[in-house]
Design a protein around this ligand. Structure first.
Ligand code: ADP
Length: 606
């Protein structure tokens, strides 16, 4: 119920849908019933020996069933008396056709309201999910598998559409259909109706047990589907490595394993789901058989006329379908709730890094960025400890050390992708936690080893959606990043769409676009995370030149694998297992003859 309530909260505002929906549904049901009750006069006309009871006086108006039935009988009686039985039958047929037409028109109108409700609700849900996921912290992205997240955002939302929302449709209409039909049935024969009602709870109980089982299996199925997506995504992104290492066999086998688990669970799930419908049909027929026995008995005892009994059965058969719909809607909903649970798990994730109350907006920094005794751990694993480091305006500080020594983590702390677990980071003496994240990130430009290029135009890749971006400024940034030449050679220049992950460009070209992006943003602080390490010497030269332009007059934190690129930095920090073990200028560190010198020797450079 909790899930349902939360999903219903996405239907806003309810008064845009409900009154309209109830109005149409009510009329559709009424005309549906009128349609069936026409069987009574029709059967009487055909089979009754004593003809049509003639109502001579036109009844006086009142809002009751008896008024309408008397009115109908009045017209029918006068038709039969004046023009004969055939005309009276034609009159009944016209009423049936008109009632059917109206019932269907109103049903169509009511489903239109539901379609609107459903699509608007899903739109809201998808937007909310995307908002939540795109705003999550790095801690969250480390914890959650990409395949699972994508599966939730696509399959689970779709499952909600299929199961929960189509069940809404049933649950919002069919109970009313059943109630209205039952009222009519009571009107025809209270004794018979009372008898049939007794049978309803029994079938309900059987279906509910089945639904519980479905829920469990549904959960597992979605999880396996997430793993299938994850594995496929990994294979496609790593296909070069997989093929070159001849690991296709292993990957295929792994995929087949997951796929076979998914399939066998799905088989059980579908088998059980399919069982719901024959089971409820069987239950339904048993009920009808009992009703026929009991009602037939009433007719034989002359307590009910034949035409009323046949009409009763016809109306009663109409209840079975909505009743079946309701039971399968409930079991479908259980399956949908599994998806809802996963969606809510994402939506309920607290934002790990949030602005404090009244966070300060800063425009820049004037005196220093200071890491004061900073420590950081990924969960239990200590990655950085006792980091003391000061960045002054315009200074460049390099971080070197073996891979895994904590360099990237340290730069992530500066962007506040993670919060320090010990010590503090001060910007102009102000604790970073008290500064609004938005304004903090505005100060910092990031260029990393694997430049991210989006499936969009070159222009948009450089401006990253900045408002009022001017072409002149973009071209200027590209020129300084030595990217203008090759961009102009693309078929549509700055309007060329770069394609998925920018795979039409070389590594060096992508990197220069990333640098142009940072130049365009023009931030006072730069983080360069191994920006040249993935490039060949020739593109490295170009990128290095572009970087030098970028670093001019900026404060920068440079992580470099190739030590030749950082020798001119104002300070070089050598990290080892998360601690600073040496620091100084290139020359002083060479003289100190420690780890830095060893690393330089390994790269044959001094
Ligand atoms: P570097 O940039 O110097 O190669 P990193 O900062 O990437 O080092 O990693 C430092 C340490 O933290 C490594 O031991 C690495 O295994 C660990 N680490 C990095 N990212 C994560 C993560 N998301 N979750 C857990 N441990 C991590």
């Amino acid at each position: 119920m909790y899930h349902l309530k939360r999903l219903l909260a996405y239907i806003r505002p309810v008064h845009h849908y409900l009154p309209e929906y109830i109005f149409y549904t009510f009329l559709a049901i009424i005309f549906g019933i009128v349609n069936f009750t026409m069987l009574i006069p029709l059967l009487n006309l055909l089979f009754s020996t004593d003809g049509i009871p003639e109502t001579v006086v036109q009844p006086t108006f009142s809002l009751s069933i008896s008024y309408f039935s008397d009115l109908f009988n009045y017209y029918l009686g006068s038709f039969a008396a004046e023009k004969g039985k055939l005309y009276a039958m034609a009159f009944v047929c016209i009423v049936i056709a008109s009632a059917t037409l109206l019932a269907n028109i109103f049903r169509y109108l009511s489903t239109r309201v539901l379609v609107r409700l459903k699509l608007n609700m899903l739109q809201r849900l998808r937007n909310h999910l995307y908002e939540k996921v795109s705003g999550q912290s790095m801690v969250w992205f480390n914890k959650n598998r990409k395949g699972d997240v994508i599966s939730t955002m696509t399959n689970d939302v779709q499952e909600i559409e299929f199961s929960v929302i189509s069940s809404f449709q049933t649950l919002l209409r069919d109970p009313f259909v059943i109630i209205a039909y039952f009222i009519t049935l009571f009107y025809i024969s209270p004794a018979l109706t009372f008898f049939t009602i007794l049978f309803f709870p029994i079938s309900g109980l059987i279906i509910a047990t089945l639904a519980k089982q479905l829920k469990k299996k549904g959960y597992f199925s979605q999880e396996m589907l997430g793993r299938i997506l994850q594995h496929t995504d990994e294979t496609i992104s790593g296909i070069r490595v997989i093929q070159s290492f001849r690991a296709i066999g292993v990957f295929r086998e792994r995929f087949q394993n997951i796929n076979s688990q998914f399939t066998s669970n799905s088989k059980a799930l579908f088998n059980q789901r399919e069982l719901a419908s024959p089971l409820s049909e069987l239950l339904g027929v048993i009920v009808v058989v009992v009703v026929v026995m009991y009602g037939g008995n009433l007719v034989l005892k002359n307590e009910l006329t034949g035409s009323l009994f046949i009409t009763y059965l016809a109306l009663y058969s109409q209840i079975l379908q909505p009743a079946k719909n309701i039971t399968s809607a409930i079991s479908n909903m259980q399956k949908g709730f599994v998806s809802a649970e996963r969606i809510f798990a994402i939506l309920d994730e607290p934002d790990a890094i949030l602005d404090v109350n009244k966070a300060k907006e800063i425009q820049g920094f004037n005196s220093s960025i200071e890491f004061k005794n900073v420590g950081f751990a990924y969960g239990e694993k200590d990655v950085l400890s006792h980091i003391n480091l000061t960045l002054k305006p315009g200074q460049s500080v390099a971080l070197v050390g073996k891979s895994g020594s904590g360099k990237s983590t340290l730069s992530d702390l500066l962007l506040r992708f993670y919060d320090v677990t010990e010590g503090e980071i001060l910007i102009d003496g102000l604790n970073m936690r008290s500064i609004s994240i938005e304004s903090l990130r505005k100060l910092t430009g990031l260029v990393n080893q694997d430049p991210i290029i989006f499936n969009d135009t070159v222009f948009n890749n450089i401006t990253m959606g900045a408002e009022n971006a001017q072409m002149d400024a973009v071209v200027d940034a590209a020129k300084h990043a030595f990217a203008d030449d090759f961009i102009r050679e693309l078929e549509n220049g700055y309007d060329t769409i770069l394609g998925d992950r920018g795979n039409r460009l070389s590594g060096g070209q992508k990197q220069r676009i990333a640098i142009a992006r940072a130049l365009f943003l023009n931030p006072p602080i730069l983080i360069l995370d191994e920006a040249t390490s993935a490039l060949d010497t020739e593109s490295e030269k170009l990128v290095q030149d572009a970087l030098s332009v970028l670093m001019e007059n900026r404060t920068s934190l440079v992580i470099a694998h190739r030590l030749s690129t950082i020798r001119h930095c104002d300070e070089i920090i050598v990290l080892d297992q998360g601690k600073i073990i040496e620091r100084g200028t290139h020359e002083s560190l060479i003289l100190a003859n420690g780890l830095y010198k060893k690393l330089c020797d390994l790269q044959e450079f001094r």
